[in-house]
Design a protein around this ligand. Sequence first.
Ligand SMILES: [Zn+2]
Length: 370
Amino acid sequence: MIKIKRLYEEGKDFFAVSDESPFYPDGKGGQLGDRGTIGPARVLFVKESGGEIHHKIDRPIEIGEYDFQIDLTRREDIAVQHSAQHILSAAFLKIAQAQTLSFHMGEESSTIDIDSPILTERTIEDVEDLANKIVRSHLNVEILIVDKDEAERMNLRKSISEKVGQNVRIVKIGDFDTAACGGFHVQNTGQIGIIKIIDWEKVKGTLTRVYFVAGARALKHFQKCIFVTKALQKALTCSLEDLGTRVESLIEKVKFLSSQLERLSQEHAEAIKNSLPGREISGYRVSFYEGFDGVAKALLKSHNADLMVCKVEEEFVLSSETLDCAQIVSKLKLVLNAPGGGGKKRGSVKANISMEEFLNALEKAMGVKE
Ligand SMILES: [Zn+2]
């Protein structure tokens, strides 16, 4: 039974407060919190605040005593991820002499920040190999409650925080790792199944953040990777090993073709700019072009008209060296009741109309038609 002594609402959220709770709070020791039910309500989040436990619940309840249920599948997953963290942290210390400074457990993956700015693929591989050897060795995970002096003599991976009281909870993984910790752990490393590092990045200048998954999460991740790489292999008709070079050569090819296309567009724009269709509006020569975006972009940069109008994707873009585009655009916006903007030499209006309709609107905007 859990005794709810107080209830409150915060926005649309309901909270049930108790002095003691079987629910592990979120964020404590970097770990995820428990979920489950309190009476008829589902527990969505748990936080510890001012010596009380606040349970965020999905519906209002009354003050009183309730039966509760804890989601044990989730707690087991938490224990797996957390135990995997102990093993990974110990492996990083043994292989790369890198200490774990912080740990964060997420709903999909977890991270540790280690005090090493550079990690090679070789180190990652060695750490993973050692960590998984420990998993396969089925080492017992013992929980010991000892006093502070005894804990100091136990060769802990990390020194005990000042905040810890006289009794210290020690998590001992065979002879591989000993650390002080209050979270959930597996009883045997075999329960973890597999530990997989999925990413790493440099953070805060001198640290590396290592992302990992373990157990069922690792299997999920592996399944996702296989589906993605299989789809890529099929699309690019190549083996897994060749994917990297295949994609690189494709990117190179696209870059080459893009630069060719840009050059051709410029040459084409140069060739047609004196023979573009046009109209005289208020004594100004207006040229217009609708076709390839690359050519339009080149014409907007270099043309011989007083006002160049190009249809680029869904926009009419104006460019001029002699007229004030900002002024024309602001009038066009009124005539067309359409969005637009820009500066003196370049402006644009978004309108789903034909070039002919646009030119008629332009005549109104430039004061020819009423
Ligand atoms: Zn722990």
